[in-house]
Design a protein around this ligand. Structure first.
Ligand code: MG
Length: 505
């Protein structure tokens, strides 16, 4: 056992030596970001019937996180934080999410991971769901935010009529209702509309081919690369192509997850085939918790409370896996970490300069490579619609989490827990609801400082941390409150008069 450990340490040192002594070969990064995927959705996180062999292999051979958080229980703000290392309140990506005709987007003066890596010669690409704005003339598309290439749907794929979106089984209409008064969902290549409506049953193959080609071309050019793959799949309405439809035991969500996992397998195989797997950090996580209102068609939060739209654990604690053969030792970590930490970590590993702005992320390099303590001591929880009036809804410090406000959400309806649906209205808690997440990850049993006087000091520390953080928070101008103009929605036939239905090519 001791010998194995020594051998492994030597291997890590050797890999780091190769990396450090070879300035021309900084590591590649593949960032995988699932949509509306809960803590309990992967086989490696305990789901009994999900088929996720590639993610499970990454979890077994890489570092699996148990206490990893996104920054918002909905899509756009969570993505803004991932790409900038800053809470969404700073960048103005609040309240809620962007829509097809939104006037705003992630502000161009925010620095994304792609823009951090570009000066070092990285090739950059994003494939999948952007959801950080389109704007007039594609102002906010990925190609304006540091990405060389883009293939994907620029927002959620239910933001268009479902009648042309076939789901499961193939060739039948989707279950439920989508946004019928909106343009058909477009597939965008760089800044041009490639298909409208997008062909969903062929979409995953197109994504996989695009990503495989990007990796292969970058390796041929001897260029380091950053591939960001925010998948559409597991968001409602769940779909899958013919290779996956009906193949899981879990229905449409399981099929979508299986197809996503298959693409991840294709990427792993490509990294192996091109000989760069040992010089590539692959990081997987998700944007927010499961949409429980879809019942068994939505995701699963496992043992965690509620889901999408709430600041309970089910809304914002996510599976996360860091995989880098030969450099990251297999294991499980209970350290606190967040999507905010991805940008500083990639920058550190690549030797890139950090943006000269207030960052909320910390560098996870020592945690990933040497299993050292996380530099993150707290996690702040903002609701879907943050405001300066209410501030933070919850704060986690170490193993304790204090809720200052709670509310349920439409997205989290249908479970028996009365705290999850929208009928659980906004409630202030004074003293805050306090939980020990190590012994009670399900947030079932609030602790009482009357019975446990020692907890008073914990609460005071959390309150101080909250006050200090809020004093440092400067809310950026809200991009989502700029509203929407239907004429800004992507249209492949821009001069046509019978919008939205004429946006069909
Ligand atoms: Mg989402």
């Amino acid at each position: 056992m001791r010998k194995d450990r020594m051998d492994y340490s030597r291997l890590v040192l050797f890999n780091l030596f190769l990396f450090c002594s070879c300035a021309a070969s900084p590591p590649n990064f593949v960032l995988l970001f699932a949509d509306d995927l809960g803590f309990g959705d992967l086989g490696s996180y305990g789901h009994p019937t999900s088929i996720t062999p590639n993610l499970d292999r990454m979890a077994a051979e890489g570092l699996r996180f148990t206490d990893f958080y996104c920054t918002s229980p909905v899509c756009s703000p969570s993505r803004a934080s991932l790409l900038t290392g800053r809470y969404q309140t700073r960048s103005g990506v609040y309240p809620g999410v962007f829509y097809p005709g939104s006037r705003g987007g992630l502000p161009l003066n925010e620095t994304t991971i792609a823009e951090v890596l570009k000066p070092l010669g990285y090739a950059t690409a994003v494939v999948g769901k952007w959801h950080l704005g389109v704007g007039a003339n594609g102002t906010y598309l990925p190609t304006k935010q540091g990405f060389d290439q883009y293939l994907g749907i620029p927002y959620s794929h239910d933001m268009g009529p479902c009648r042309n979106l076939t789901c499961f089984p193939p060739n039948i209409k989707c279950f439920g209702v989508c946004d019928m008064g909106t343009v058909f969902v477009p597939l965008i290549h760089n800044e041009d509309i490639k298909q409208q409506p997008a062909n969903f049953l062929d979409l995953e193959r197109a994504y996989s081919d695009f990503a495989v080609d990007f990796i292969t071309t970058s390796v041929k050019k001897n260029q380091p690369f950053f591939l960001y793959y925010p998948a559409d799949h597991t968001h409602y309405p769940q779909y899958a192509g013919v290779g996956a439809a009906g193949r899981s035991l879990r229905g449409p969500f399981g099929d979508a997850l299986l197809e996503l996992d298959t693409t991840i397998g294709n990427l792993l195989a490509t990294l192996e085939k091109t000989g760069v797997i040992n010089n590539t950090l692959i990081f997987f996580t998700a944007d927010n918790g499961p949409e429980l209102m879809r019942m068994s068609r939505g995701g699963n939060a496992g043992p965690l409370k509620c889901g999408k739209g709430t600041t309970y654990e089910g809304g914002m604690r996510e599976p996360a896996i860091a995989y880098w053969p030969g450099t990251i030792k297999p294991g499980v970590t209970h350290e606190l970490a967040s999507t905010l930490d991805v940008l500083p970590t990639f920058a550190s590993l690549a030797g890139a300069k950090l943006p000269q702005v207030m960052l909320d992320g910390v560098d996870m390099t020592e945690l990933l490579i040497h299993q050292e303590k996380s530099k993150r001591e707290t996690m702040m929880f903002y609701p879907v619609s943050p405001s300066e009036q209410y501030g933070l809804f919850a704060v986690r410090m170490g193993k304790y989490k204090a809720h200052f406000y709670t509310h349920g959400a439409t997205h989290s309806a249908t479970t028996p827990d009365k705290d999850c649906p929208a009928s659980a209205v906004l409630t202030a808690h004074d003293p805050p609801l306090l939980f020990d997440l190590e012994v009670d990850p399900s947030e079932n049993y609030p602790l009482s400082s009357k019975e446990r006087p020692d907890l008073q000091a914990v609460l005071e520390q959390i309150k101080k941390s909250k006050l200090d953080f809020e004093a440092s928070m400067v809310f950026g101008r809200s991009e989502i409150s700029k509203g929407a103009d239907p004429n800004l929605a992507p249209c492949c036939n821009p001069q046509c008069s019978l919008r939205p239905s004429c946006c069909h090519c």
